[in-house]
Structure formats: structure tokens, C-alpha cells
Design a protein around this ligand. Structure first.
Ligand SMILES: CC(C)(COP(=O)(O)OP(=O)(O)OC[C@H]1O[C@@H](n2cnc3c(N)ncnc32)[C@H](O)[C@@H]1OP(=O)(O)O)[C@@H](O)C(=O)NCCC(=O)NCCS
Length: 133
């Protein structure tokens, strides 16, 4: 298993990995991913097994703080530390920007996965959402 930076021509494999892990394709992913990657080429990673993409994480940096999004590992490859390696790669890349914080949101059951890297639930803030559709 190999972790490497995501490339534009990984789009199909990334969508497949998301579809498999999330059981549905993220809405508009095919459209936003190329521009997301163009803006954040240093912070998005894939895990490859036999040249097939089996895991993905999107990292981004807005000039001030970092974000992690859309972590996924294909079902057949879960439980092998692949997500942890993807998180580690994205965290290291974001650390290299000099930023002092990385944010993410996740289901409560996945908090321990991120706590392994030092993430903590931020009790001073809540996630708010304005639904527009
Ligand atoms: C969540 C996900 C990315 C984990 O991938 P993975 O490669 O299996 O994770 P790892 O093997 O690196 O797990 C490391 C640790 O994280 C925790 N963990 C991983 N998956 C978990 C789950 N589904 N529920 C609770 N804890 C979990 C465990 O503590 C695990 O350690 P253990 O194997 O010793 O028990 C994968 O299950 C997935 O793609 N799920 C569907 C998509 C999703 O929910 N993405 C997260 C968006 S925030």
C-alpha cells in the first residue's frame, strides 16, 4: 500500500472509493474535485494498492487554517490503518504551512480515530449549517 499526493487523473478512482465507502457518490464531486485539487495540490492524498485507489483524504488550507474532508477507505481495505496513514500525511503537509490549527467535522464514533493524532473536540465552538436546498 502506497500513499501519494492526489493527481487530476485520479478523479475516477477517487469517485469510486467514495462511492464504495459512503455507499453513494458525494453530490457534484466530479465537478468540484478538479478545482479543489488545483487549489490544494499539496494537501490531498490517495492510498493505492496494486495501482488502484483504495483510500482518499482531501486537505485544504485557506491561508490561515487547515481543514480535512472526505476521508474514505474502500470497504475491503478498512481496518488496515489506511485512514490513519492518510490522516498522518495530510496533517504533516498542513503542518508544513506553519498553520496552528486544523479543523474537521466527523460522526461522534470516529472521534477516536482523529484523537490518535491529537485532535480534540472543540467545546468552545459548534458546527452550524444553513441548508439551501
Ligand atoms: C472511517 C474510515 C475512513 C476508517 O478507515 P480505516 O482505514 O478502516 O481506519 P484505520 O484502520 O486507520 O482505523 C484506525 C482506528 O480508527 C478507529 N476507527 C476506524 N474506523 C472506525 C469506525 N468505523 N468506527 C469507530 N472507530 C473507527 C479505530 O480506533 C481504529 O483502530 P483499530 O483498528 O485498532 O480499532 C472508513 O471506515 C470509511 O471510509 N468509512 C466510511 C466513510 C466515512 O465515514 N468517512 C469519515 C468521514 S469523517
Amino acid at each position: 500500500m502506497n500513499i501519494r499526493k492526489m493527481r487530476v487523473n485520479d478523479l475516477k478512482g477517487v469517485l469510486e472509493a467514495w462511492r464504495d465507502a459512503f455507499e453513494k457518490e458525494p453530490r457534484n464531486a466530479g465537478e468540484y474535485l478538479p478545482s479543489f485539487l488545483e487549489k490544494n495540490p499539496s494537501f490531498c492524498f490517495v492510498a493505492e494498492e496494486n495501482r488502484k485507489i483504495v483510500g482518499v483524504i482531501l486537505g485544504s488550507f485557506n491561508g490561515r487554517v487547515g481543514y480535512l474532508n472526505r476521508l474514505a477507505v474502500k470497504k475491503d481495505f478498512q481496518g488496515q490503518d489506511i485512514a490513519s496513514k492518510l490522516i498522518g500525511s495530510a496533517v504533516q503537509a498542513l503542518r508544513n504551512t506553519g498553520t496552528t490549527s486544523i479543523f474537521l467535522h466527523c460522526k461522534p464514533n470516529l472521534a477516536p480515530l482523529y484523537e490518535n493524532f491529537g485532535f480534540k473536540v472543540d467545546k468552545d465552538n459548534v458546527i452550524m449549517r444553513l441548508k439551501l436546498d
